[in-house]
Design a protein around this ligand. Structure first.
Ligand SMILES: Nc1nc2c(ncn2[C@@H]2O[C@H](COP(=O)(O)OP(=O)(O)OP(=O)(O)O)[C@@H](O)[C@H]2O)c(=O)[nH]1
Length: 318
């Protein structure tokens, strides 16, 4: 800019100093700032003349980004490559502002002599990005939760059972699966209305999900409709029956009034249970189907009961 006629120099200076982007120039031989726009004071609070050397710049980068940003800048500048970096810049009052530094490298005879660049305030965009990130996390969490009851959903069950199956296969440990189905729920809906049916499902789900018998590795999920599934890793048949019984009793003990069609005057569940130590030849599908058959048996044997099957390697099917 020094070679410009004075009237043009003034024009360019005014232009540069009226932009939101903050211009700067660093002598790469001495590592001293030759210029930084006065707008820097409005953004970060540091006086324009407090930016003396590259070290001042490095010291004012948040420590989480400091080393990477400084290294990137030094390497690229030495190689003559234009670059940019996002980092949090320290303010004079001790806060931080997200900025983007866009750097152009000036070379003479293959040697870097200076850097010129612009600092942009990107704090608003970062705030939006944080909001989006949080929303995405919430969305991911929501996509594994049932919209009505808030407990794990079918998708979560599908993933978890695959993991539990693989672990049981690898470790040669027993895996139990219980399918719980609310008894005569159609009748409940017909008598009380769909909204009351929804409320009932929430109450059942909540009770199941907070069951004291549940261990950290167990998982209850809403499989669909009025059906729930309970994964019990590392659980042999006798223990699984005890746990399934506890869950069955827990629902009955909620004493949610049921208009009744011969079972009980409260809401109950029937439970089909299966246990296996899966071998290479076993299939998850077949394992599930046996639990489902046991549920059918519980229904036809009078409901409000647990019926179980054991793998051929554990005990004979009832
Ligand atoms: N309120 C409500 N009802 C549901 C929901 N999902 C499924 N249902 C109802 O649950 C009922 C299930 O009925 P069925 O499969 O005939 O079984 P059931 O009446 O429970 O009888 P059993 O299982 O033989 O004891 C149907 O009436 C469905 O409409 C839901 O999200 N909310």
């Amino acid at each position: 800019m020094g070679q410009l006629p004075p009237e043009q120099y003034g024009l360019y200076k005014t232009l540069l100093e009226s932009t939101k982007a903050i211009p700067w120039k660093l002598n790469w031989i001495t590592k001293e700032f030759e210029y930084i726009g006065p707008q820097i004071e409005a953004l970060l609070g540091w006086r324009q003349d407090s930016w003396k050397t590259a070290q001042d710049w490095i010291d004012r980068i948040h420590r989480d980004e400091r080393e990477d940003t400084a290294n990137l800048c030094i390497t690229q500048s030495d190689c003559g490559i234009d670059h940019e970096a996002d980092y949090r810049a320290l303010t004079a009052s001790g806060g931080y502002v997200w900025v983007r530094d866009v750097v152009h490298v000036i070379r003479e005879d293959g040697v870097t002599t200076a850097l010129v660049g612009f600092i942009f305030d990107i704090s608003e965009r970062k705030k939006m990005e944080d909001v989006l990130l949080r929303l995405n996390k919430q969305l991911a969490a929501l996509s594994f939760h049932d919209g009505l009851t808030g407990i794990a959903n079918r998708r979560m069950y599908d993933r978890s059972i695959q993991v539990a199956w693989a672990q049981a296969q690898n470790n040669r440990t027993p895996l139990s699966l219980a399918i719980l189905d609310v008894d005569h729920f159609k009748h409940y809906n017909d008598k009380n209305g769909h909204a009351a049916g929804d409320e009932c499902l929430c109450q059942v789900a909540n009770a199941l999900n907070n069951c004291a018998a549940m261990r950290p590795t167990d998982m209850i999920a809403r499989y669909g409709g009025e059906e729930f599934v309970l994964i019990l890793p590392n659980t042999g048949p006798e223990e699984a029956v005890d746990i399934a019984e506890t869950f069955r009793r827990l629902v009955a003990n909620q004493r949610i009034p049921h208009p009744g069609v011969g079972v009980a005057d409260v809401v109950t569940v029937s439970v089909g249970l299966n246990t296996i130590i899966p071998g290479e030849e076993d299939s998850l599908q077949a394992f599930f189907e046996v639990a489902d058959r046991m549920l059918y048996r519980a229904k036809s044997n009078g409901r409000n009961r647990v019926e179980c099957a054991g793998s051929k390697r554990i005990f004979a099917i009832n």
